[in-house]
Design a protein around this ligand. Structure first.
Ligand code: ATP
Ligand code: MG
Length: 211
């Protein structure tokens, strides 16, 4: 209970959106690092519904991507997974995700965590102004992506360097398709789930389409 006259402490809620096809240790390290640096109370992972950015290649079923995300985050009490994007029909727009999370958590400050590559596209998003009202944006650098000055609004964006992890979902899918190991690139339970559901195995014929 806050003392009379004092502002109650707002919950600091991280939001990690992604396709998570599959989720890998790059995602998990980024979320963990940002949670520590920004003193977040919780990070909610939000697997996308139909990602409009990736309409070119087949994306695994939403339920598989959701379950892999649950498996990967289950042991961390600070991490949770939301179904809001996969349960909403149509393509996923970050603005809808943030609006819905804000109404679910009216007392929280939202921190949207995204890769440096994705951050550069923010300027091209519709409703960029409202996006910055809804959340503070945190761009994490990843290997192979140097940030050019994105010209983003002052104070609305932070850039953070996370321990470099040259892991991508694209590379994980290619490895599975070629029969190469993904142990230690993704959590053990995710390796088992990919195997159990035979995800990515039949992509061998069109490896070029995997990107
Ligand atoms: P794909 O290769 O299919 O594009 P991905 O590895 O980029 O997949 P996404 O689900 O698209 O994974 O990523 C979700 C978010 O996590 C994005 O903002 C992305 O930039 C970020 N991200 C992905 N990999 C890393 C990594 N190794 N380190 C830090 N951030 C990452
Ligand atoms: Mg990506």
């Amino acid at each position: 209970e806050a003392p009379a006259g004092a502002e109650p402490l707002k919950k600091r809620l991280g939001v990690m959106g992604g396709t998570f096809d599959p989720i890998h240790h790059g995602h998990l390290v980024a979320a963990s690092e940002v949670a520590s640096l920004f003193q977040l109370d919780e990070v909610v992972f939000v697997p996308t519904g139909r990602p409009w950015q990736k309409s070119g290649r087949p994306v695994s079923a939403a339920e598989d991507r959701y379950l892999m995300t649950v498996i990967a985050t289950a042991s961390n009490p600070q991490f949770s997974v939301s179904r809001i994007d996969i349960d909403r029909s149509g393509p996923t727009y970050t603005i809808d995700t943030l609006r819905e999370l804000q109404s679910e958590h009216p007392d929280a400050d939202l921190f949207f965590i995204t890769g440096a590559d994705a951050l550069e596209q923010i300027l091209s998003w519709r409703d960029a102004e409202e996006l910055f009202d809804l959340a503070h944006f945190i761009g994490v650098t990843r290997p192979g992506h140097t940030l050019t000055d994105p010209g983003l609004p002052e104070g609305g964006v932070s850039l953070v360097e996370v321990p470099a992890l040259a892991i991508s979902s694209t590379d994980c899918r290619k490895r599975v398709a070629r029969g190469e190991p993904v142990w230690y690139l993704v959590p053990d339970g995710v390796v088992r789930y990919i195997d159990k559901r035979r995800l990515y195995a039949d992509l061998l014929d069109d490896l070029d389409d995997l990107d």
